[in-house]
Design a protein around this ligand. Structure first.
Ligand code: CP
Length: 324
C-alpha cells in the first residue's frame, strides 16, 4: 500500500478487515510500530469521527498525530497549476505540500467538494495535488468524491454483524437515499457502492428517487431501483444516506420526507441492521424510533472508525516504499 485514497489501494479487502478486527481485539498489539514517526491530519472541512478516530489509531501505534485545521488556521491554498495568484489564495500547494511532507512521515487530508462544478470536483484536484507534491504516503479523510476510511469501517461493521449470525449466505445490503435539508456530497454513497461492489460478498441494492443516480463507475454491479419499499424487502443491512444530484450537479429537488427510514419501513426488512456514517439529521434522514432501536448499529459503526484507521496506518507503516 502506497496511499489510501480509494478501494483500489486496499488490496485484499477481507485481509484489511481481519487486520482491523485484530486491532479491535488487541488495540496495543503494535504499540511501538509508529514510534518516532508523525502523521499530519489536515482539515479543509469539519470533522468529529474522522479526526478523533485517526488520532486514537495513531496513538495506539505509538505514532504522533498533529492536527492542522487548514481552513481556519492556515494560508488560503491555491491548487490550480499555473495560477496567477493575484486573488484570495496566498500559498500554492506546490510550495506548501513539500514543506508538510518534510515535517511528517505520512499525511492525511479532508477536502470536501464545492458541489458547484462536477468536472472540477470529480477530477479530485485537491487530494491529487497533495499526493503529487508532498512526497509521503497520503490517506484520504474524505475527498471530493470518496470516503474510503468510512467504507472500510462499513465493511468491518457488516462483517462483524453478519458473522454473529453465523450465516454462510450473502447478506442483502441496501443503500437508500434519505431526505436532507441541504445538498450533500456524493462521497459516502459513491465510496460505499465502490467498496461493496469490490468486496463482492453481498447482494447489493441501491434505491433513490429518480434523478439521484450516482456515477456508474461506482454503482456498476449493484441493482438500482426507485422503489424503496421493494428494495427494503428482506434486507439484512440498510445503509441510510443523503446525497445531492450527480447529473444536474449538486442539487436537491425536494425534501421528499416519504424517503425517511421509519419503523414501518424497517418492518419490511429481514430485521435489518441500520447504518449511517453520522452526523445524522434526526427525524429528517432517520426517525428517532429507528436510530434509538436495537436495529441501529451507528455507534458501533462510528467506534469501528478507530480500527479501520489503525489497520490502514499500520499497513502503510509496514509497506515497502514503492510497494502495493
Ligand atoms: N462519518 C464521518 O466522516 O464523520 P465526521 O465528518 O465527523 O468525521
Amino acid at each position: 500500500m502506497k496511499q489510501f485514497i480509494s478501494v483500489h489501494d486496499a488490496g485484499n479487502i477481507n485481509a484489511l478487515v481481519e487486520k482491523a478486527l485484530m486491532y479491535k481485539a488487541t488495540p496495543l498489539k503494535d504499540k511501538t510500530l509508529g514510534a518516532g514517526k508523525r502523521i499530519g491530519l489536515l482539515f479543509l472541512n469539519p470533522s468529529l469521527r474522522t479526526r478523533l478516530s485517526t488520532q486514537v489509531a495513531a496513538a495506539n501505534l505509538g505514532m504522533e498525530a498533529i492536527v492542522f485545521n487548514v481552513d481556519k488556521e492556515g494560508w488560503a491554498l491555491e491548487f490550480e497549476e499555473g495560477a496567477i495568484m493575484s486573488g484570495n489564495t496566498v500559498e500554492h500547494i506546490k510550495d506548501a505540500a513539500p514543506v508538510l511532507g518534510s515535517y511528517f512521515d505520512m499525511l492525511s487530508i479532508r477536502t470536501f467538494p464545492s458541489l458547484k462544478n462536477r468536472e472540477d470536483d470529480y477530477s479530485e484536484l485537491y487530494i491529487s495535488q497533495f499526493i503529487k507534491y508532498c512526497g509521503v504516503p497520503v490517506i484520504s479523510l474524505e475527498s471530493a468524491t470518496l470516503h474510503p476510511l468510512q467504507s472500510l469501517t462499513d465493511v468491518i461493521t457488516i462483517t462483524e454483524n453478519w458473522k454473529l449470525k453465523t450465516q454462510n449466505s450473502k447478506p442483502k445490503i441496501v443503500l437508500t437515499w434519505a431526505p436532507h435539508v441541504k445538498p450533500l456530497p456524493q462521497c459516502v454513497a459513491n465510496s460505499f457502492a465502490q467498496w461493496i461492489n469490490a468486496w463482492g460478498e453481498a447482494d447489493f441494492v441501491i434505491t433513490h428517487p429518480e434523478d439521484y443516480e450516482l456515477k456508474e463507475e461506482f454503482t456498476n454491479g449493484a441493482t438500482i431501483t426507485h422503489k424503496q419499499n421493494e428494495a427494503l424487502k428482506d434486507a439484512d443491512f440498510v445503509y441510510v444516506k443523503n446525497w445531492s444530484t450527480y447529473k444536474d450537479y449538486g442539487k436537491i429537488y425536494e425534501n421528499a420526507p416519504e424517503w425517511m427510514l421509519t419503523e414501518e419501513k424497517l418492518a419490511i426488512t429481514n430485521n435489518a441492521k441500520v447504518m449511517h456514517c453520522l452526523p445524522v439529521r434526526r427525524n429528517v434522514e432517520l426517525s428517532d424510533e429507528v436510530l434509538d432501536s436495537v436495529n441501529s448499529i451507528v455507534t458501533q459503526q462510528a467506534a469501528n472508525r478507530v480500527w479501520a484507521a489503525q489497520a490502514v496506518i499500520s499497513t502503510l507503516l509496514t509497506s515497502p516504499k514503492g510497494g502495493n
